[in-house]
Design a protein around this ligand. Structure first.
Ligand code: C2E
Ligand code: CA
Ligand code: CA
Ligand code: CA
Length: 277
């Protein structure tokens, strides 16, 4: 007690130790989850606005925890992105997602495109491109779309551009996700082989009340079309959103109004019954 005060600058306090041990526990639970196949996919339909036809799905990962039940991606993706676990998860999402698409086709339920989310970190996965080409052996490459966010380019833009180019050579398309929420969206449109722009739901939600939001949405749609790109609106929750987007020639839409993400195990039944069409 004599020396207290002299050397009382502690780098670690109890709370920090608790946080660290929790993070380590989560880390080992996540590795177990990967090894024991505890992840599953929910697929959210996307519809062509002109024809109303269901043209594809976005794959959204969930963790079916043996005790805690279904856990949403924001509770485990950030942790997995810290290390290399995201590589393994990401490759699983691609192969498993395409297996689902293949199964639907074999059952005569339709031909669909699959979009998967790719974290910035996954561009450092040196097995990614080989994995893509292996998964697409018996399928046209354009059945797969990679959804990437703008932060992909902040750290390793050369690597990311080269991976995207190789994916593009396989026929795989690229969508710029959460468009408008990042830093320099417009320059990325020139630098990268982007086929699709996904309008972030934070722009769609206020279109009823705010004239500014309406201008932003219509301008992004016009810009995208001038650059020969396709536009998808996410977070379509109301009939007003849908009508507005249709009226302004947005190409495709996704959101709770049209369909919630569907558990992969229920998908064949839902499609067979025509509950989503
Ligand atoms: P995101 O790519 O922006 O995905 C869309 C999120 O919005 C999904 O949440 C979806 O359930 C939700 N959503 C869809 N329609 C609506 C709507 O009409 N209204 C509202 N309020 N929300 C809607 P989810 O599944 O919790 O995913 C959250 C984020 O987790 C995703 O955001 C994506 O960044 C990430 N994520 C999901 N799956 C994967 C994956 O396999 N790999 C990676 N790296 N990230 C993933
Ligand atoms: Ca997405
Ligand atoms: Ca998004
Ligand atoms: Ca978003």
């Amino acid at each position: 007690a004599k020396d207290e005060g002299k050397n009382s600058f502690h780098f670690f306090n109890d709370q920090m130790l608790i946080d660290i041990s929790k993070a380590l526990e989560l880390e080992s639970e996540l590795q177990t989850a990967l090894d024991n196949d505890q992840f599953c996919l929910f697929l959210q339909p996307k519809y062509c606005l002109e024809s109303g036809v269901l043209d594809g799905f976005e794959a959204l990962v969930r963790w079916r925890h043996p005790e805690k039940g279904l856990i949403m991606p924001n509770h485990f993706i950030p942790q997995m992105e810290q290390g290399e676990m995201i590589f393994q998860l990401g490759r699983w999402v691609i192969s498993h997602g395409l297996n689902i698409i293949r199964g639907l086709e074999r059952s005569g339920l339709g031909q669909f495109k699959l979009a998967v989310n790719l974290s910035a970190r996954q561009f450092c996965d040196d097995k990614l491109v080989d994995h893509l080409s292996a998964c697409l052996q018996d399928m046209p490459g354009d059945r797969l779309e990679l959804e990437i966010t703008e932060n992909v380019l902040i750290h390793n833009s050369e690597l990311a551009a080269s991976v995207m180019k190789q994916a593009n050579d396989l026929g795989v398309t690229v969508a710029l996700d959460d468009f408008g929420t990042g830093y320099s969206s417009l320059s990325y449109l020139r630098q990268l082989p982007v086929d699709v722009i996904k309008l972030d739901r934070s722009f769609i939600a206020p279109t009823n009340e705010s004239e500014e939001s309406r201008h932003i949405v219509t301008s992004v749609i016009d810009l995208a079309h001038k650059l020969n790109k396709y536009v998808v609106a996410e977070g379509v929750e109301t009939q007003e959103h849908l009508l507005f987007l249709k009226e302004h020639n947005c190409d495709s839409a996704q959101g709770f109004l049209l369909s919630r993400p569907i558990d992969e195990h229920e998908l064949p039944d839902v499609l067979a019954k025509g509950d989503v069409q």
